[in-house]
Write a protein of this length. Structure first.
Length: 241
């Protein structure tokens, strides 16, 4: 994986999985454009890893195009920013549902359209990795909006792969299970809650953010030249139990 002269846009780069992806890409020579919505996170990141930064809130769909215009051309895209809301199905509010759908599915669509149009216009190949979730195919209690948004992202991944493939553009997703980001650690620190889930994972543990980042790098890379339209479980085998 030699990404010298390659520019990679990573959304959600301020924390968690996106944050873990940036230094790995930089180690392989990529110029990373890190997008998130908290300037302090981006300043801290840029003080540790050489990268360009964009501070914007992807929930504001109308400003996405102008926010990233200055970062083009981009060679590879990682749609990692994601959000959730905890509401039971019968209490799910339309505004919250739309907010989660906008950040998790509509914003990745808009960003992918921006870079794909540019690639098609210039006649160059490209790759996109969408960070989805195992929740895309599960019924996780109190996560109607989140599960629907990740299922939408998976569906979009397949359509993008089908339509953009002839232009040399590959699109895949990674679908992690519980990942021990700071928030993940907090949410899953209670053994009573965590142990039954871990027991169903053949490898017996949750993920570290870097382990998801490594899968993202593989799917972006030329080593995955014929991998297209895949929603890759990164879950220690949970999906087969
Ligand atoms: P995280 O630790 O909360 O980090 C998410 C990053 O994205 C943060 O920097 C956050 O900024 C940024 N972000 C969120 N909403 C944004 C918006 N509207 N505009 C711009 N940036 C935004 O989350 P994570 O656990 O790494 O999750 C990353 C992705 O993996 C998400 O798509 C998530 O659904 C998926 N995933 C996570 C897990 C898990 O267990 N952690 C499992 C499966 C899938 P702020 O901090 O300012 O909000």
């Amino acid at each position: 994986m030699d990404w010298k002269d390659r520019r990679v846009l990573v959304t959600g780069a301020g924390k968690g999985i996106g944050r873990a992806t940036v230094p790995l890409l930089a180690e392989h020579g990529a110029t990373v454009v890190a997008l998130s919505r908290d300037q302090r996170d981006l300043d801290l990141l840029a003080s540790e890893v050489c990268c360009e930064t964009i501070c914007t809130d992807l929930a504001d769909l109308d400003v996405i195009e102008t926010s990233v215009a200055g970062a083009l051309p981009i060679d590879l895209l990682v749609n990692c920013a994601g959000t959730t809301t905890l509401q039971s199905f019968v209490s799910t509010e339309i505004a919250e549902f739309n907010r989660v759908m906008n950040v998790n599915a509509v914003a990745p669509m808009i960003l992918s359209q921006i870079v794909a149009r540019d690639w098609l216009r210039r006649g160059v190949a490209g790759a996109i990795v969408n960070v989805s979730s195992d929740a895309a195919r599960r019924g996780v209690e109190n996560h109607t909006a989140y599960c629907a948004s990740k299922a939408a992202l998976d569906a979009m991944t397949r359509v993008m792969a089908a339509e953009l493939g002839p232009g040399g553009i590959r699109v895949n997703s990674v679908n992690p299970t519980v990942t021990l980001t700071p928030m993940g650690k907090l949410a899953w620190s209670d053994p009573e809650k965590a142990d039954p889930v871990k027991a169903r994972i053949p490898l017996g543990r949750f993920l570290e953010p870097k382990e998801v980042a490594e899968a993202i790098l593989f799917l972006l890379s030329d080593e995955a030249a014929m991998v297209n339209g895949v929603c890759l479980p990164v879950d220690g085998g949970l999906s087969i139990t």
